[in-house]
Design a protein around this ligand. Structure first.
Ligand SMILES: CC(C)(COP(=O)(O)OP(=O)(O)OC[C@H]1O[C@@H](n2cnc3c(N)ncnc32)[C@H](O)[C@@H]1OP(=O)(O)O)[C@@H](O)C(=O)NCCC(=O)NCCS
Length: 400
């Protein structure tokens, strides 16, 4: 169906784009000053039917930690099609064009509908875990470290520094510009859903430098046997063990609280080792970041590998033909090269599997088990699996 046109957005389109996306997601749209200043019209696409806005998608300019590096990644968000125009190919037209045009070598997103994105070459690359912790059973870590509650304005620079440090340690973490930090820290009372204002906790090292922080909110609740307050941890960044332990110890022992909810734990979240009863974390695993490799040679050349490799990968890509064909990947602890080759392939796969293993959280061998990766040279699957895997599991700590 071609009764619609797709074009790049301009700044004046923001209100209509937001209303369209809000309508598709069923929330009340309202763009404030900050939202306006964060809008990147040159990175948004709109589909129109006459004068009417009927579809949209956009990308945010942010960086992302990947194995051994922090690289630019198109952060895709705001995908929506007017309900009256669904299933006529609008989303397909928008997403395909977006993927062909993004300047970054990878695009990433959180999927509200995980069934959608595989067809466009995205692969689920990071799994996140949500906790609904039974505070009476979990057995919190012991810690002698003190934490302080502070006003956010006094520590924003230190927090930004800690987020950068976390990016060096763990793949899947999105960087924030000053403006994006402002967006993250907005605390509109209308969006609190009965929870308290945001509390900011910090831990300091022996020199007094902030080496960990947590954002949390509380909600009063009264159960049949007495107080059963709820704690909601929104973000906890503490690359150093003392800070990590002290912040969690504080949060898991708050008076009157019965449950603690945390939606952004990694699959290998260290908290699991620190409590006496990990079962009381009530872990639920789900897809977190989806990755789409948009430029194979560049994407493979900008991350690092766990062991040395010299392999030829034969790729298929239905949306970006320039990605299809054979690429030789050579890497050791110092250097990485990836370029086109005519040599015979060691492994065949599609761009979906490449996206799935790009952050180091999944193994190519997993996909060989279902035939999605095919090994031509004995031993190459085990080698490639080990090379792409990373010692620390990827996770995204915020929905964008
Ligand atoms: C989801 C949405 C963007 C799809 O837009 P659309 O223009 O109807 O999509 P298309 O017509 O291009 O569909 C392309 C394909 O995706 C499939 N698809 C569409 N929506 C899907 C969904 N929610 N789950 C799984 N598959 C879906 C279609 O069936 C079609 O498959 P086919 O090619 O095999 O027939 C639109 O329905 C919408 O805005 N929904 C509400 C908001 C939303 O869910 N946004 C996405 C958040 S991640």
């Amino acid at each position: 169906m071609t009764d619609f046109a797709v074009r790049q957005a301009v700044a004046e389109d923001l209100d209509q784009i937001d209303a369209l996306f809000g309508g598709a997601m069923m929330f009340e749209s309202s763009v404030d000053e900050l939202g306006r200043s964060m809008f990147e019209p040159e990175r948004a696409l709109v589909a129109t039917d006459g004068d009417e806005f009927v579809g949209t998608t956009r990308a945010l300019t942010r960086d992302l930690s990947v194995p051994g590096a922090v690289v630019p990644a198109a952060h895709v968000t705001g995908v929506g099609v007017r309900a009256t125009h669904r299933r006529r190919g609008l989303m397909s037209a928008l997403i395909s064009r977006q993927l062909r045009e993004v300047p970054e070598a990878i695009a990433v997103l959180w999927a509200s509908e995980p069934g959608i994105y595989g067809r466009f070459g995205y692969g689920a690359a990071a799994f996140g875990t949500s906790y609904e912790i039974d505070l009476h059973r979990v057995g919190p870590p012991s810690s002698s470290g003190a934490v302080q509650q502070v006003a956010i304005d006094n520590v924003t620079k230190e927090l930004a520094e800690l987020l950068r440090k976390l990016q060096e340690r763990r793949p899947g973490i999105s960087g924030r510009t000053e403006l994006q930090w402002k967006g993250r820290l907005e605390d509109n009372p209308e969006h609190r859903a009965g929870r308290s204002a945001r509390h900011v906790l910090v831990h300091r090292d022996e020199q007094g430098t902030v080496d960990g922080y947590a954002f949390w909110r509380g909600k009063m609740n009264w159960g049949p046997t007495g107080p059963a307050n709820e704690v909601y941890v929104e973000e906890l960044v503490a690359p150093e063990p003392d800070a990590y332990r002290a912040l969690w110890q504080h949060l898991l022992t708050l008076d009157l609280a019965a449950t603690l909810n945390f939606g952004y734990a990694a699959v290998d979240e260290p908290l699991q080792q620190l409590v006496t009863t990990p079962t009381a974390l009530a872990r639920r695993v789900k897809e977190s970041l989806w990755v789409r490799v948009t430029d194979v040679a560049r994407a493979l050349g900008q991350r690092r590998y766990s062991v040395a490799v010299d392999l030829v990968l034969d790729l298929t890509d239905d949306v970006i033909p320039a990605n299809a064909g054979r690429f030789r990947l050579t890497a050791d602890s110092e250097t990485v090269h990836c370029e086109r080759t005519e040599d015979a392939a060691d492994l065949s796969l599609s761009v979906n599997e490449l996206g799935s293993v790009y952050l180091g959280g999944r193994g190519l061998a997993e996909f060989a088990a279902t035939g999605r990766v095919v090994e031509h040279t004995p031993g190459s699957l085990a080698l490639a699996t080990a090379a792409f895997r990373w010692p620390v599991a990827p996770v995204s700590i915020e929905v964008f």
